[in-house]
Design a protein. Structure first.
Ligand SMILES: Cc1cc2nc3c(=O)[nH]c(=O)nc-3n(C[C@H](O)[C@H](O)[C@H](O)COP(=O)(O)O)c2cc1C
Length: 215
């Protein structure tokens, strides 16, 4: 059965503002195709211990996929492989992805499994599929005068490209530290998702717009 993979990387999990908008995209996809199953992967509880030395040893020794150290890595890679669509709700933490999403990256980008060098260039093995990345941030990110660097967008684009995914759109909820700006950002983010040809609404998405307007 085709699925939607919903990845949550905020410490607030499903209660985060990014997750709320990503959930709307999931609802839109399921309204268009009710047969789509939902697989939720909340990364907020991942700890550094998911990458022990046995995992590093197995990666560097190019062990086969059924090696015991690859258990969680295989699970996460298969979730991506099985997903027809992927939504990722991530905060910006110190200019880039939060630590839990970096752990996911270190488990999913695996030599000879999700990518392999072709003529010396790392090439994705998982196949392309539409991905929506909702980025939340306390400050401004996309403006010329944002006042802080953005090491998330380019980096995460390269990460997805490494495994073969280039059909990616980013939606930014910026300056959430300011309550007035936050309401505006959430309403604009909701609108951007509604208008997306893949993740947008085919039906009625009034609830999230009403919710956003009250923020
Ligand atoms: C450890 C940490 C680091 C953060 N670093 C940044 C940052 O570099 N830039 C920024 O604009 N906001 C930063 N923030 C603010 C978060 O991005 C913001 O609180 C979060 O995105 C809120 O969205 P959410 O409701 O989806 O979790 C940081 C927050 C935390 C907890």
């Amino acid at each position: 059965m085709a699925s939607i993979l919903s990845i949550l990387a905020s410490p607030y999990g499903a209660a985060s503002r990014g997750a709320t908008l990503a959930a709307q995209a999931v609802a839109n996809l399921q309204a268009a195709d009710p047969s789509l199953a939902l697989v939720e992967r909340d990364l907020s509880t991942l700890s550094r211990s998911v990458i022990p030395s046995s995992y590093a040893d197995a990666v560097l020794a190019r062990q086969p996929s059924d090696h015991p150290a690859f258990g969680l890595s295989e699970t996460l890679i298969r979730e991506v492989e099985d997903a027809a669509f992927i939504t990722i709700a991530t905060p910006m933490h110190n200019y880039t992805v939060p630590a839990c999403l970096k752990l996911w990256i270190d488990l999913v980008l695996r030599h000879s499994r999700s990518f392999a060098p072709v003529n010396g260039v790392k090439t994705g093995l998982l196949g392309d599929r539409p991905v929506l990345v909702v980025v939340t941030s306390g400050g401004a990110v996309t403006a010329q005068d944002a006042g802080q660097p953005d090491h998330l967008t380019g980096y995460f684009t390269d990460v997805l490209s490494t495994i073969g995914i280039s059909d990616v759109r980013f939606v930014y909820l910026e300056a959430l530290v300011n309550p007035v700006q936050a309401g505006k950002a959430i309403a604009e983010g909701a609108k951007a998702i509604l208008q997306d040809p893949v993740f947008g609404s085919r039906q009625d998405s009034v609830p999230v717009m009403a919710w956003a307007a009250n923020k």
